[in-house]
Design a protein around this ligand. Structure first.
Ligand code: URA
Length: 289
C-alpha cells in the first residue's frame, strides 16, 4: 500500500535500482526534465507554508454596497485563495491588454514573449506559439505542447502531430492551409493537462489569434481544448461531431466550430478513428459549401 499525503498517492521509487533503472522509473513517473539541482519536497512546502494575511489586498467593495467588516487577523486558508484569485485577475488583465493590442500574428507572438503571467513559462524550454498561414482557412487548437514541441518551439511535431497531418491530408488540407496552435503556449511539465487557470490566462491570446486569422472554420482537438474554447462541460465523447459557433466581439461573424478526438487519444484508442473519420468528412463537406 502506498502512503497518501494530502490526498495524493505517493508512489515511492523502489530501492537498490541501478542508475539506468532509476532513470527509467523516473521517466515512467513523468519526471522527464531537470528544473533544479536539488530535490524539492513540494508536499512539505505546502504543509509548512505560512499563510500571510498582509499581502492579500482587500477585495474592492461593489458600488452602493456597504464595505465588509475587517477579516480577523488569524491564519485563514481562504485568504491564500483570495490572494491567488487577485493575482490571477491581474495576469488576466495583462493578457487581455497585451493580446488585444496585437494587430497581426507577429505582434501577438511578441506579446506572448513578453507575457510572464502563465506559470508554465518558467518550466518550458520554448514558447510554442503556433504554425501555419496568417490567412489559413482552418484553425486547429490542441491541448498543449508536448516534449518534442517544447524542444522545437513548434506545435504538433511529435507522433500526435504526424497523425494530425494525416487526418488533415485525408480531407485535402495541408499544413500551409491551416494554422495549428494550442490552448496553452508552453509545455505543462510531464505532459499533464493544463490547469483551468493556465488555460484561462492563455485564452485571450488564443482568442486574438483566431480573430486575426478570421478562419472559415475552427477545430478543437480533445476535451481540454473544447472545454476552454467552447465553454462546454460535457466530455469530448459527447461534444465531438457536433457543430458549434465560436464568436468574439471582434470577429466579423461566428466561426463554425467542430470538436474532434485528440490525435494523441486516437493513437491510444484507435477504435475511435472510425468516428473521427466521419467527423473529418463533415468538416470537408462544410468547407466545400
Ligand atoms: N498535443 C497537443 O495538444 N499539442 C501539441 O502541440 C502536441 C501534442
Amino acid at each position: 500500500m502506498f502512503p497518501v499525503i494530502d490526498n495524493v498517492i505517493v508512489w515511492p521509487m523502489p530501492e537498490n535500482l541501478s542508475a539506468l533503472e532509476s532513470l527509467r522509473w523516473q521517466l515512467d513517473a513523468g519526471i522527464d526534465e531537470t528544473i533544479g539541482n536539488e530535490p524539492h519536497n513540494r508536499f512539505a512546502e505546502v504543509a509548512d507554508a505560512p499563510v500571510t494575511l498582509t499581502e492579500a489586498p482587500p477585495p474592492t467593495p461593489a458600488p452602493n454596497v456597504a464595505p465588509k467588516p475587517a477579516v480577523p487577523a488569524k491564519p485563514d486558508p481562504t485568504k491564500a485563495a483570495v490572494k491567488a484569485a487577485a493575482v490571477a485577475e491581474d495576469q488576466l488583465h495583462d493578457a487581455c491588454q497585451l493580446a488585444g493590442e496585437a494587430k497581426n500574428l507577429d505582434e501577438l507572438k511578441q506579446a506572448l514573449e513578453k507575457f510572464d503571467g502563465c506559470p508554465l513559462k518558467k518550466t518550458a524550454t520554448n514558447l510554442v506559439f503556433g504554425d501555419g498561414a496568417e490567412d489559413a482557412k482552418v484553425v486547429f487548437i490542441g491541448e498543449g505542447p508536448g516534449a518534442e514541441e517544447d524542444r522545437q518551439g513548434l506545435p504538433f511535431v511529435g507522433p500526435a502531430g504526424q497523425l494530425l497531418d494525416r487526418m488533415m491530408a485525408s480531407i485535402g488540407l495541408s499544413r500551409e492551409q491551416a494554422f495549428i496552435s494550442n490552448t496553452v503556449f508552453w509545455r505543462p511539465p510531464g505532459n499533464r493537462t493544463p490547469t483551468t487557470a493556465e488555460a484561462a490566462v492563455c485564452l485571450p491570446f488564443v482568442e486574438r489569434m483566431i480573430e486575426l486569422i478570421d478562419p472559415q472554420m475552427l477545430v478543437v482537438l480533445g476535451g481540454p481544448a473544447a472545454k476552454s474554447l467552447l465553454a462546454e462541460t460535457a466530455g469530448i465523447g459527447r461534444l465531438r461531431g457536433r457543430w458549434f459557433e465560436y464568436a468574439t466581439p471582434r470577429l466579423s461573424r461566428p466561426v463554425p466550430t467542430m470538436a474532434l478526438y485528440h490525435p494523441a487519444y486516437l493513437l491510444r484508442s484507435p477504435s475511435h478513428k472510425r468516428e473521427t473519420w466521419a467527423d473529418l468528412l463533415a468538416i470537408q463537406e462544410k468547407l466545400a459549401e
